[in-house]
Design a binder for this molecule. Structure first.
Ligand code: ADE
Length: 243
């Protein structure tokens, strides 16, 4: 998967790319991440990358010419590297709320150019002409689009074949079947008098699978009933919930 990132703070992405699952995926070349910094396209003495909003008010916007130059360069490189036209994503609280379904769509959409905004955001005409999709990671405001971009890239990377060591791990993630994850246990067998559920020690794989599904269903029903709305349970799931 090819991902270009447009950001004024590309070093922030070291946290994502220098360790862990995404770090290994980059190393194994399952993911190619490239960066474009609007500041590199600044031509004035101060190398400015912000500009005042029309109509006044507090805060600045990203300067249009440097931002567009970076987006255009990333888009061109995406085509050169992959032969495909990338989807250009802008992260903002005004975007469509990201969920696992959205992540799945983005992970299989072909190359992505992810634009991380700073300041109060970007000119609406840039959104209209240069951005294909606007996504939010939740109803709260962060100081920039870098963390949301990393959230998106991390979540998408997990779905790329060969990125996770054990291929089943993504399949068994929370949300991949639309349900919350079941509880997990490791050693020791007893912590402060609390035992690991017997079934997990039974070696009965069918029973373990049923127990986990039942836990997932029960947790989802208790904690996030919204996830079950409009999602009819199949016969086995209904039976499990009623057991
Ligand atoms: N930029 C600032 N806050 C954001 C959010 N919640 N989601 C996506 N991008 C953002």
């Amino acid at each position: 998967m090819w991902i270009g990132v447009v950001s004024l703070f590309p070093d922030m992405f070291d946290a994502l790319t220098q360790q862990g699952v995404v770090g290994r995926a980059v190393e194994k070349q399952r993911i190619a991440l490239e960066f474009w910094n609007p500041r590199d396209y600044a031509t004035d003495r101060h190398r400015s990358v912000d500009d005042r909003p029309y109509g006044g008010g507090p805060g600045m916007l990203m300067k249009v010419d440097t931002l567009r130059a970076a987006i255009f360069a990333a888009r061109e490189r995406a085509q050169q590297a992959t032969g495909l036209v990338p989807t250009v994503i802008y992260l903002s609280p005004q975007g469509r709320k990201l969920d696992q379904q959205g992540v799945q769509a983005l992970a299989s959409a072909g190359p992505l150019v992810v634009v991380a905004g700073r300041y109060e955001g970007i000119d609406e005409r840039v959104v209209e002409s240069d951005i294909d999709e606007e996504w939010s990671i939740g109803d709260y405001v962060l100081s920039g689009g870098e963390l949301p971009a990393m959230v998106l890239i991390d979540a998408a990377a997990r779905l790329i074949p060969g990125v996770l060591g054990h291929q089943d791990s993504a399949v068994e993630d929370s949300f991949n079947d639309g349900l919350l994850d079941c509880p997990h246990y490791t050693r020791p067998e007893i912590i402060d008098g609390r035992q690991v559920p017997d079934v997990l020690l039974s070696g009965n794989h069918a029973a373990i699978k049923r127990w986990r599904l039942k836990q997932s269903l029960g947790r989802t029903w208790q904690r996030r009933p919204d996830l079950l709305e409009g999602r009819p349970l199949d016969a086995e799931q209904r039976k499990l919930l009623n057991e």
